[in-house]
Design a protein around this ligand. Structure first.
Ligand code: NCD
Length: 305
């Protein structure tokens, strides 16, 4: 089934049918990945533009592209690009469209992905637009929940930490909200609460959610999704220091519980390393899922599944 869109900038674009189709193609791609890749995109050139720091997203897109036989061109760092000289996002994208068959971009400005998609003549994928959205992370999170828990309907999820600036929790909320009887426990200090754009979506869809301040109130869930406090979004360094380690998940929190621990990574202390050895710890499996999900998305956006 083809996707209902050409460019992927936000998880708000996806229908449940899109999401179900992506899960299916991803399962097929996982088999391709496990058997050494293929030549689906032989002769194609894909562009990775990363104007904000990234390790996982950039390298997993690179790996996904190469596992499908494509060549990859890359631009890294705002300070080394023409945008630094004053070129607009629109001009950069129109130029890169001439060189490539698909474009992936991370940029610090919220809304930059929508501006890019409007002018891109090739499929465009948002790899994070400031505090806005990070749709491919959310899709790999969905695939991870599906694989770890066997279902998406009825999932109880606890989201912990920086729910204000964390774009991955925003994107994931919009996707999980498409499924039946999903409920959210949102754990954050009052300063870092889930923004209204997400809670109004919950209200509109009739999705159940509760907002609490203690991590202990969120342990009776299927999934606990930890996040890093987003240092780069704070204007006041002292405020960041005050809030950065409000929540630390320790092995004792989850050891005797049937709860899956996820994190988009990088972690900066909010999951103690003693959790890593527990079967609950899914965050490194989640990373691996990032490659196969991105392989599936590229194939589907280019009409090659
Ligand atoms: C996340 C991001 O960039 O938003 N990282 C990622 O893509 N895996 C989460 C974060 O940086 O905290």
């Amino acid at each position: 089934m083809p996707l209902s869109f050409k460019h992927l900038t936000s998880t708000k674009q996806l229908t449940r049918e899109d999401m179900d189709a992506i899960l299916k193609v991803t399962e097929d791609m996982e088999k391709v990945y496990n058997t050494g890749g293929n030549d689906l995109f032989k002769g194609k050139v894909f562009a990775n533009l990363f104007y904000e720091p990234s390790t996982r997203t950039r390298l997993s897109f690179d790996a996904a592209m190469k596992h499908l036989g494509a060549s990859v061109i890359t631009a890294d760092g705002l300070q080394f690009s023409s945008m630094y000289k004053g070129e607009t996002i629109e001009d950069t994208i129109m130029v890169v469209s001439q060189y490539s068959d698909a474009i992936v971009m991370r940029h610090p400005e919220q809304g930059s992905a929508d501006r890019a998609a409007v002018v891109s003549s090739v499929p465009f994928i948002n790899a994070g637009d400031g505090p806005g959205q990070h749709p491919t992370q959310a899709i790999l999170d969905m695939y991870t929940i599906y694989k770890e828990r066997g279902t998406l309907d009825g999932i109880k999820i606890t989201m912990v930490g920086d729910l204000k600036y964390g774009r991955t929790v925003h994107s994931l909320s919009f996707l999980l909200g498409l499924y039946k009887d999903v409920s959210f426990t949102l754990v954050s200090p009052p300063e870092l609460k889930m923004p209204e754009k997400v809670t109004s979506f919950f209200a509109e869809k009739g999705v159940q959610y509760t907002e609490v301040e203690a991590i202990e109130e969120g342990l009776d869930s299927d999934v606990i999704y930890m996040t890093r406090v987003q240092k780069e979004r704070f204007e006041d360094a002292a405020e960041y220091e005050r809030l950065k380690l409000k929540y630390i998940l320790k092995a004792d929190h989850v050891r005797d519980r049937d709860i899956t621990v996820m994190h988009p990574l990088p972690r900066t202390g909010e999951i103690d390393t003693d959790v890593d050895a527990l079967p609950n710890a899914a965050y490194f499996r989640q990373v691996r899922n990032g490659v196969v999900v991105r392989m599936a998305l590229l194939a589907m956006l280019l009409g090659k599944e």
